[in-house]
Write a protein that binds this ligand. Structure first.
Ligand SMILES: CC(C)(COP(=O)(O)OP(=O)(O)OC[C@H]1O[C@@H](n2cnc3c(N)ncnc32)[C@H](O)[C@@H]1OP(=O)(O)O)[C@@H](O)C(=O)NCCC(=O)NCCS
Length: 198
């Protein structure tokens, strides 16, 4: 894995500059074995909207259909403007194919923790270990470079593929929130999976 060294800057720069430090470096690309994380670009937006407008995916990532182009544009701008979020595209190393996204959401610099959200949208790339690899990469980034102490994820309990991918990356179930989301007419349980830097 290759990392830009921002660790000496974290804590010294203002909160507002943290994300700029993390994202606006030309080298903000993190290589694993099969995939890399790279900054999410405007050009990725169209494909990403198609994925979140796929009904099988939308309910898993808590989106309500359909996401209009206008709404999606606004979402993209808000993501790019957020100071406490780092949003990566996931692409294959072999062919530089954009297959999904993973991001640190609501980074809490005071308590050194953040939520991880992930989406492998390209259907042919699912179930091949790439989601686990992306989670492992963002984990290293979060712990080693952003100096976070804890990561967590909210996953529908019935979404066992996601639960398993987080578990393979070292996350453990910390709690189960009963009937926490109303999805397609049904109240669904949500698992909180978490991982602590050791
Ligand atoms: C969840 C997601 C990121 C996982 O990535 P992935 O690359 O598909 O998953 P991986 O191949 O790394 O691992 C999946 C594991 O779940 C297992 N699995 C798949 N379907 C399963 C099921 N129905 N029940 C139990 N386990 C299942 C696989 O066998 C594999 O485990 P194994 O390696 O021990 O055999 C990806 O599928 C995705 O983006 N799904 C849609 C969006 C989503 O659910 N996001 C999570 C919400 S935060």
């Amino acid at each position: 894995m290759e990392f830009i060294d921002v660790s000496d800057l974290v804590g010294k720069v203002s909160f507002l500059n943290q994300r700029e430090v993390l994202l606006n470096q030309g080298a903000a690309m993190y290589n694993g074995r099969n995939i890399r994380l790279r900054p999410f670009e405007k050009a990725d937006q169209k494909q990403y909207r198609e994925w979140v407008n796929n009904s099988d995916i939308a309910s898993l990532v808590d989106r309500i259909l359909p996401v209009s182009e206008y709404e999606h544009d606004k979402w993209y701008s808000s993501i790019m403007d957020r100071q406490n979020c780092v949003f990566f595209a996931i692409e294959t190393i072999e062919s530089a194919k954009f297959i999904g996204a993973i991001w640190l959401w609501d980074i809490d610099f005071r308590h050194r923790k953040a939520e991880v959200r992930v989406l492998i949208g390209e259907s042919s790339s699912v179930n091949k270990g790439l989601g686990t690899e992306a989670i492992t990469l963002i984990q290293s980034f979060a712990f080693e470079k952003v100096n976070l102490h804890k990561l967590f994820a909210y996953v529908l309990s019935k979404n066992q593929r996601a639960v398993r991918a987080f578990e393979k990356a070292g996350f453990e179930t910390e709690a189960e929130l009963k009937e926490d989301r109303f999805v397609n007419g049904v109240y669904e349980d949500v698992a909180i999976l978490a991982c602590i830097k050791r």
